[in-house]
Write a protein that binds this ligand. Structure first.
Ligand SMILES: Nc1ncnc2c1ncn2[C@@H]1O[C@H](COP(=O)(O)OP(=O)(O)OP(=O)(O)O)[C@@H](O)[C@H]1O
Length: 270
């Protein structure tokens, strides 16, 4: 059994004006559509419990609106739950003070976004060094680290370029280098490769797998693409309407889909 890095315990997220009424309905077993009809609240997550293993790539997948982004954003507290617990290394991150939270975001958990999130007015190397500068590292040392990571993603020659001079795939490699440069143990990737065309996307998956061979980060990778989940994920979580539908290895999901919803993803591949 692998170690567990992140424990998500019975997490609910209700968006809207009447979270208490919505929670009561959810606890009585109402589904997302009923809660929406009765309270006009949007259910993001409804009682999600998952263990995220250390040093593996976990893929969160499901149809649009199933709660993937909402879930991953809880892990660095971009979103706080309506109810439930989130433990990282056994610590309840919902109880963190602002300084503890800042420390976690600067040192322990980094994030790669679909839209790359690069700053347009600074060059590539300073984009990669950004997280290091924010946490107070000296400019020369930060740039040295940034250059090492740019080299690892094959972009050291573009250190002085600006983001708008790069292709989408190159920009996402810069985004990846920036997330890796802070050397966090946890990497959150929200549809990180979804904006890329299929060939480049495949190359990025290769690059992530190659880096992961050496780095062994705990990666939480959100995708709506089952092929990507199966290719990358040692551990796959399928969400539907804010609930966990199935958790398993790629083989388990492929060969033993628990119901029609999961089967539809898998069958569509053939
Ligand atoms: N800020 C918000 N305010 C209101 N409702 C929200 C908010 N964020 C998410 N939701 C709702 O929560 C549910 C889950 O949304 P989420 O974005 O997590 O789904 P997703 O699986 O990531 O979808 P997609 O693949 O389209 O990004 C949806 O019903 C969505 O409308």
């Amino acid at each position: 059994m692998p170690d567990i890095k992140i424990q998500i315990r019975d997490v609910y997220k209700v968006f809207g004006e009447k979270p208490d009424v919505a929670m009561e309905l959810l606890r009585q077993g109402a589904d997302k559509a009923t809660v929406q009809a009765r309270t006009h609240c949007n259910v993001g997550l409804a009682g999600v419990s998952i263990d995220i293993p250390t040093g593996q790539i976990s893929c969160i997948m499901g149809l649009s609106g199933s709660g993937k982004s909402t879930l991953v954003r809880h892990l660095n507290r971009l979103i706080d739950p309506t109810a439930g617990e989130i433990l990282v290394d056994g610590l309840d991150i919902l109880k963190f003070s602002m300084p503890e939270l800042r420390r976690m975001r600067r040192y322990s958990i980094s994030m790669v976004f679909q839209g790359f999130g690069l700053l347009p007015h600074i060059n590539v190397i300073d984009n990669v060094a950004f997280g290091l500068s924010v946490r107070g590292e000296k400019k020369i040392a930060a740039r040295e680290t940034a250059l090492k990571w740019l080299d690892r993603v094959g972009l050291s020659e573009y250190a002085a370029s600006y983001p708008d001079e790069l292709s989408g795939g190159m920009r996402q490699r810069v985004g990846l280098a920036r997330a890796l440069a802070i050397d966090a143990e946890v990497l959150l990737m929200d549809e990180a490769f979804s904006a890329l065309d299929p060939l480049i996307r495949y190359e990025m998956q290769d690059q992530l797998l190659a880096l992961q061979q050496r780095l062994r980060k705990t990666v939480v990778f959100v995708t709506h693409d089952i092929d990507e989940a199966i290719r990358l994920g040692q551990h796959i979580v399928i969400l539907r309407d804010g609930k966990v539908e199935q958790v398993g290895t790629a083989d388990e999901i492929k060969n033993h889909p628990i119901n029609e919803y999961v089967e539809r993803f898998v069958v569509r591949r053939v």
